[in-house]
Design a protein around this ligand. Structure first.
Ligand SMILES: [Zn+2]
Length: 83
C-alpha cells in the first residue's frame, strides 16, 4: 500500500466554529513604579473586554494606559479533500 499525495490548493481562513478571545490589560503604574497588570479576563467579545477599562478607571483614575490582546483561530482548508 502506498499513499498518493497530490498538490492541493490550500486556503487559510478564520475558523468561525472556534470562539475569539479578547483581553484588555492595564499598563498603568503604581506609585512605586510597578505595573498594575490588572486585566479584564478572557472574554468572547471585544465590546465586553473594552468595557472593563471603564470599570477599572472608576477605581484607578490614574491608570489610563491599556493593551488589547486577542486570539483568533484560523484553519487551513484544502481546495478539495485528499482521496
Ligand atoms: Zn490599573
Amino acid at each position: 500500500m502506498r499513499k498518493l499525495f497530490r498538490y492541493l490548493n490550500w486556503t487559510v481562513s478564520v475558523d468561525r466554529d472556534r470562539e475569539q478571545v479578547h483581553l484588555f490589560l492595564c499598563e498603568g503604574e503604581e506609585e512605586d513604579g510597578t505595573k498594575c497588570r490588572a486585566d479584564s479576563g478572557e472574554r468572547p467579545d471585544f465590546e465586553s473586554a473594552r468595557g472593563w477599562t471603564f470599570e477599572h478607571i472608576r477605581e484607578r483614575q490614574d491608570h489610563r494606559s491599556f493593551a488589547h490582546m486577542s486570539y483568533t483561530a484560523w484553519h487551513m482548508v484544502p481546495g478539495r479533500e485528499p482521496e
